[in-house]
Design a protein around this ligand. Structure first.
Ligand code: SF4
Ligand code: SF4
Ligand code: FES
Length: 910
């Protein structure tokens, strides 16, 4: 503990690993700053955080110091409000603002701008500069980020995030004469998957959210609520904002355990599907010819007929909430409820759950991944399947060199010095995947192999680390050498990490990952095991005891059900087209979804479900963390949460009418019925919770235009809607106090209007939120580790001359069903293609860009050929989820049907 004074007040605090600025901000004191960031720490670039420091009792002169560059010492006397320090800071901001256009009224950052806040805090009110200002030409950086470089104050945060933290290479700082410019070498879309974070990282209005610009509203006019990203299985925490009934933006919500301060671009810009024309906003009913809109009453009447006509089964969804899946299970009965995912995927996820449960290895939070120092990724392209995991792994490879650099006596917050000392050193990162991944560029070694060979490599690594682990028969010398290198790299780590997931659709790969983790644990290391899952609630759905979608199909084929209810699931993405089609030929189909899909297009009745900002619910992420997302706005009637539609069907099947009048009543039933979900009632305060006897407001204190919003309907201000499911109001009225962390709808504090206000919500800088972090892990390793499942080592992959093994390839933009509909994202989706290994392409005379027909499963696909030198011979890649591709049952053997017959392409080949 260190004792020091600030403005003559004494403090005794833990200061290890922190500089003076961080300590003071953590104490709730206000010091203006720009270039310091809680994650990238200090570089001393802006000089805005100056304070007067007297080093000890003997120091009677004191000196102006940059607080972000100063360690805290016992006996130190610090003066934030010293007149010299105040004048210094006022002069600095005046200089920084010399060339700033002072265009706050037209700036998208206005009202949520750190530069505005710091200018006011510093007291700079009058501009003395009388000369022309330096101006820049702005760049078009693509659909995500807008640029207005004249607002730059040269704090270097953007380039430190983009290059140093996120590993981007197409953005830099460029200087000539008296100009410093932060951008690309030429106009063009930013290539980093994390480019959107520039919006919050930049303390001014240089980089702003281009998607918000399209339907701009002032930030204080947004109605916001805490939410969870629905575009992959990591469950990043978000704040979603609405105005005039449309979702206007999604931004990160700080979470110490999950996404920290950031989001990936899929998570940030995928929200457009909520406003898209593909939304289902009215019930649909099918007659002999086509579907047409109908009223809820008529839709439910038709549903009543269908449900009474025979047995009913339910197909759940890994993208629907726990509540909606559970409600469907309660409606149809546990034995007639099925996972909305293929058996193969279900088995893999169940294996993951079992491995996490049986221990002894712990699965890390996303944040904890950053602290691991040697990594082996098996079968995952995390940049595209779980993007924020890529960002976390980029920090974990810095752990080892950072620890070495700190041995030189460099503070861990002295970021620039640390990076100088580390140079390009990286800790061990090994990747085994079917094709080249973006992380390969920072990997120690990358291996390309078929899923079975990836599994064999993994089992071989486990055996080398722990000879008690099963040996791999028929190991080639090359594979053995690779396994030894990986084992040595992992063994050199203080905290190794093994990463795997569902991408390869291989149970063997996941078991191999588990086997390595257990071997490392047996060897005495503090190992972690991280799995990725495809959908936002894949893990939660897998915790509900049920069979896979093929079992549902078998039931339907037996004729034991006349009607199927499909919940938020496009079964044409889950099953091959022929199997999916059989469901419609033999059965009455009722679909509940928020987006029109191939499934809803064929259903007899479709009910309009609420999308993520339109209802509250619970999702379970890849580490088994249950997290609550809250309704942001009330959708236009008759859109409702899926579980509320299901609740209306209960009496039709002679079950209790209105069984769950509120979310809390449904949660209570879930917790009582399924033991693993017992804690989910406690992950957020119930609807009856009050702070100072008031609800938590979704609108800011400055929210404007409440009467005007509905002036076309009534000149009276309507009563705000009631929320039965959450202790939050749809208005600006409510408790002014900081709410419990699960209910934080915006980060705001007096004098802090930008996201930098997060500092005021944390127990310590970059630490836990006051009131604890959100969510609760449902699966923890058993204290008495159970025996692992017997190891089944697959035979080596044998390429065939007459066929290819088609494996799924993932894309951050396009592979996720919902975000693929968002305008910004659609523009980034590449057309469907089939990737061939260069050796195979040469063998078959396939050239880049040629249209080829491939036969996979029972489908023939005509696709553009792309040559991929990283694919091993005999393997072909089909992008998962891109338009026109189902990729449901990959990996699968398939053949090349014929080559293109088009004249131009034939000409191109000759
Ligand atoms: S663009 Fe923004 S983040 Fe980058 S240096 Fe300028 S003010 Fe700082
Ligand atoms: S990593 Fe996944 S959960 Fe996180 S923001 Fe991106 S898409 Fe959303
Ligand atoms: S915040 Fe300390 S110099 Fe910029």
């Amino acid at each position: 503990m260190t004792t020091f004074t600030v403005d003559d007040k004494s403090y005794t605090v833990e200061t290890r690993g922190k500089n003076l600025l961080e300590v003071c901000l953590g104490l709730g004191l206000n010091i203006p700053y720009f270039c310091w960031h809680p994650v990238f720490r200090s570089v001393g670039a802006c000089r805005q955080c100056a304070v007067k420091v007297f080093m000890d009792a003997k120091d009677n002169r004191g000196s102006i110091e940059m607080s972000c560059m100063t360690p805290v010492k016992d006996g130190m006397r610090v003066f934030i409000n010293d007149p010299e320090a105040l004048a210094f800071r006022a002069r600095i901001i005046e200089w920084l603002m010399v060339n700033h256009p002072h265009d706050c009224p037209v700036c998208d950052e206005g009202g949520e701008c750190h530069l505005q806040d710091m200018t006011v805090m510093t007291g700079h009110v009058y501009r003395t500069h009388r000369f022309p200002k330096r101006t820049h030409r702005d760049q078009n950086l693509g659909p995500f980020v807008n640029m207005e470089m004249n607002r730059c104050i040269q704090c270097y945060r953007c380039v430190r995030f983009y290059r140093d933290y996120a590993g981007g290479r197409d953005f830099d700082v460029m200087g000539w004469h008296d100009h410093v410019y932060f951008g690309r070498h030429e106009d063009g879309a930013l290539e980093s998957e994390f480019s959107g974070n520039l919006v919050e990282v930049c303390p001014t209005g240089v980089f702003t959210d281009k998607s918000l610009k399209k339907h701009y509203t002032r930030k204080w006019d947004l109605q916001t609520a805490p939410s969870i990203c629905v575009h992959c299985g990591l469950g990043c925490n978000t704040i979603a904002g609405e105005r005039y009934g449309t979702l206007r933006r999604v931004m990160p919500r700080y979470s110490e355990k999950v996404n920290g301060y950031f989001l990936c671009d899929r998570g940030r810009y995928g929200y457009g599907f909520v406003n898209s024309g593909k939304r289902i906003r009215q019930p649909l009913i099918r007659d002999a010819e086509s579907q047409s809109t109908t009223s809820s009453t008529l839709a439910l009447a038709r549903i009543s007929e269908l449900l009474r006509s025979g047995n009913v089964i339910g197909i759940g969804s890994p993208r629907a909430s726990i509540e909606s899946n559970f409600a469907l299970r309660a409606l149809v009965g546990a034995e007639r409820f099925f996972y909305g995912m293929p058996e193969s995927e279900m088995r893999i996820i169940s294996s993951m759950v079992e491995m996490i449960r049986s221990g002894p290895v712990i699965t890390p939070s996303l944040r904890e991944v950053e602290s691991c120092d040697s990594v082996f990724i098996l079968g995952e392209d995390v940049t595209n399947s779980a993007p924020m995991l890529d960002l976390a792994l980029r920090q974990s490879v810095l752990q080892k060199p950072m620890i070495e650099a700190m041995k030189l006596g460099i503070h861990d917050w002295l970021n620039e010095c640390l990076r100088e000392a580390m140079q390009d050193e990286r800790g061990p990162l090994f990747i085994a995947a079917p094709y080249q991944t973006k992380l390969d560029s920072i990997a120690t070694a990358a291996y390309r192999a078929a899923p079975d060979d990836i599994a064999r490599l993994g089992f071989a690594v486990a055996h080398i680390i722990d000879p008690n682990a099963a040996a791999v028969p028929g190991l080639t010398p090359l594979l053995e050498a690779q396994a030894k290198a990986i084992a040595a790299g992992l063994g050199s780590g203080r905290k190794p990490l093994v990463v795997s997931g569902t991408s390869c659709r291989s149970e063997a790969v996941v078991h191999a990952a588990g086997s390595i983790a257990r071997a490392l644990h047996a060897a005495g290391t503090d190992v972690r095991l991280c799995f990725t899952v495809p959908e936002c609630n894949s893990m939660g759905a897998a915790l509900l005891p049920a069979g896979g979608i093929e079992s549902a199909l078998a039931e339907l084929r037996k004729g034991s059900a006349a009607t199927v209810i499909i919940l938020e699931n496009d079964i044409f993405r889950t099953l091959d087209a022929a199997s999916a089609q059989t469901i419609f030929s033999n059965t009455h189909v009722i679909a509940i979804d928020h987006m029109s899909t191939a499934t809803t297009g064929r259903a007899e009745v479709v009910l309009p479900a609420a999308a993520f900002p339109e209802a509250s619910g619970t999702l379970v992420n890849n580490e088994g963390r249950a997290q609550r997302l809250f309704q942001v706005f009330v959708p236009s009637a008759p859109i409702e949460a899926s579980w509320r539609w299901i609740s209306k069907m209960m009496p039709i099947l002679r079950k209790k009418a209105d069984p769950w009048p509120t979310l809390d009543s449904l949660l209570a039933e879930i917790a009582a019925d399924i033991p693993v979900f017992a804690p989910i009632r406690d992950i957020a305060p119930p609807a009856g919770f009050r702070l100072l006897e008031q609800k938590i407001p979704r609108q800011s204190a400055r929210y404007s235009g409440r009467t005007a919003i509905s002036a076309n309907v009534t000149i009276h201000e309507p009563k705000p809607p009631e929320d039965r499911d959450a202790p939050m109001s749809f208005s600006m009225e409510g408790s002014p106090r900081q709410p419990p962390s699960a209910l934080i709808a915006r980060f705001w504090a007096p004098q802090w209007n930008s996201v930098q206000a997060i500092n005021k919500f944390q127990n310590e800088i970059a630490g836990t939120l006051r009131g604890g972090d959100c969510g609760r892990r449902l699966i923890e390793p058993s204290p008495l580790p159970r025996a692992s499942a017997p190891t089944v080592i697959p035979p080596a992959f044998a390429p065939r001359l007459d066929a290819f093994l088609f494996v799924p390839a993932y894309h951050i933009f396009g592979s996720d069903e919902c975000s693929a509909v968002a305008d910004e994202v659609t523009r980034n989706i590449s057309p469907a293609y089939v990737g061939f290994a260069t050796v195979d392409a040469n063998r078959f005379g396939i050239v880049e860009g040629q249209i080829v027909a491939v036969s996979v499963g029972n489908e023939i696909l005509r696709l553009t050929a792309k040559l991929n030198a990283s694919l091993p011979a005999g393997i072909a890649a089909l992008p998962f989820g891109l338009p026109g591709l189902h990729a449901a049952n990959l990996p699968a053997w398939g053949t090349l049907d014929n080559l293109s017959t088009s004249e131009e392409q034939r000409g191109a080949r000759q």
